[in-house]
Design a protein around this ligand. Structure first.
Ligand code: ZN
Length: 414
């Protein structure tokens, strides 16, 4: 996808603001000879930005306006050491709320809804984004934050929440508790807005069925406002990305070259109007593709990306084969009775001088675990060419997390 003339103008303005500010990226662009953006060729000359840049610029090196215009910061921790700080102006905060409110509207949520917010509040962008979007929409926010499942269920019943917002893992935990306690007839839930991690079809079905709700995936990352820069329409999985705020490209993760619309690659995002910390060509490491068609549901012209199916940095290599957690999910989707939760552990067998991959999978009590084990092993081998040692455990055995769940543990790194 190429930027429209209007988007090129906006990007050009961003570059001029950055260069005038003397910020970290002003130096990067000066060194790269970037002076503006009048054409797609100019755009392609803009160097990618990465999380590593934001770490180098820690704490406020990417800030563009004078500090008195900054009204808030957010931070993402990431898995390796130093956090990243993102400064927001009042307009950034407002633009984010506007985008998030649009997400709720696309999901059919109105000011009559009661939105129970379980993502965390604080430095992380999650809870506060769900809250600001809810207030902008005019719905009733129930700002629970994470944890305290007893209280979550009580509020869900007493306040008759109509929307639950959560990570997929926490939504599944709540769904399982609702089922266990037979609470479904007492609930008024209609929709779930799920953010911030990959989740497979099985998990989606389990949550939707146990809570009898329609589910929506919200997209976003702390570096680019936070969750709320896109969401899917009812009944289909592609997510619209708000192209009045964000320009989306898909590039080959290995070469950085843009791919044709429809082909898979890494999502790279450019903020068009962000003031506090504008980021151009930011590599998300999320893997997806542009869906090159007009939305059959709403007809909106906001471009659609497919469900995020993995992260380029989640890729792991076993027996010389590159694998993604999303492939494991695709395999499990083919095996009857598997519950959606799984863990992968990779270790090195020193004696036999080879890597071993251990796959622990949850399955429902109605299926034969030894047959399920064999079925997973066979499917895994035929779909990836790699072998896995499979252990099947009952649904509910693996830990549920309120935050992002780490599904792959590589003991070879230790
Ligand atoms: Zn649509």
């Amino acid at each position: 996808m190429k930027p429209t003339p209007r988007q090129l103008e906006q990007i050009d303005r961003q570059i001029r603001r950055i260069l005038a500010s003397g910020s970290y990226f002003a130096q990067v662009y000066r060194e790269a000879g970037v002076t503006g953006c009048k054409s797609y060729d100019d755009f392609l000359e803009i160097p990618f930005s990465e999380k590593a840049d934001l770490r180098h610029a820690y704490p406020l090196g990417i800030m563009v306006p004078p500090q008195e215009e900054i009204v808030r910061i957010h931070s993402s921790s990431g898995t390796t050491g130093m956090p990243v700080i993102i400064p927001y102006t009042a307009k950034d905060v407002s633009d984010w709320a506007e985008q998030f409110a649009r997400c709720y509207r696309f999901a059919g949520i109105t000011e009559k809804d009661r939105i129970q917010i379980t993502p965390g509040y604080g430095l992380w962008t999650a809870g506060i984004g769900f809250q600001a979007g809810c207030e902008r929409l005019g719905a009733m926010a129930i700002p629970m934050g994470p944890g305290n499942t007893e209280k979550q269920l009580q509020m869900m019943v007493d306040l008759q929440s109509t929307v639950i917002t959560a990570t997929s893992s926490y939504a599944l935990l709540l769904a399982e508790e609702v089922e266990k306690r037979g609470l479904l007839p007492k609930l008024a839930l209609k929709r779930g807005v799920i953010g911030s991690e990959m989740w497979g079809e099985k998990k989606r079905e389990a949550i939707a069925e146990k809570l009898q709700i329609e589910l929506f995936d919200i997209y976003g990352l702390t570096e680019i406002y936070g969750p709320g820069i896109g969401i899917n329409c009812p009944g289909q999985r592609g997510m619209h990305i708000w192209d009045d705020f964000i320009f989306t490209e898909i590039v080959d993760p290995a070469t950085g070259e843009p791919v044709e619309d429809g082909e898979s690659g890494e999502i790279v995002l450019t903020t068009l109007v962000k003031e506090g910390a504008p980021l151009l060509r930011f590599r998300t490491h999320d893997l997806s593709r542009i869906i090159p068609e007009t939305c059959p549901v709403c007809g909106s012209s906001h471009p659609m990306i497919d469900v995020v199916r993995g992260r380029s940095d989640d890729m792991f290599k076993v027996h010389g084969v590159n694998l993604f957690p999303s492939q494991v999910e695709d395999i499990l989707a083919k095996v009857d009775g598997t519950g959606g939760e799984y863990r992968i552990t990779i270790a090195h067998d020193d004696e036999r001088k080879k890597d071993v991959m251990l796959l622990t999978v949850e399955a429902e009590g109605r299926v034969d675990f030894s047959q399920t084990t064999l079925a997973i092993q066979d499917t895994f081998k035929s779909m990836t060419g790699a072998s896995a040692k499979v252990t099947v455990v009952p649904v509910g055995t693996l830990p549920r997390s309120e935050k992002k769940t780490k599904r792959v543990t590589d003991l070879r790194e230790v």
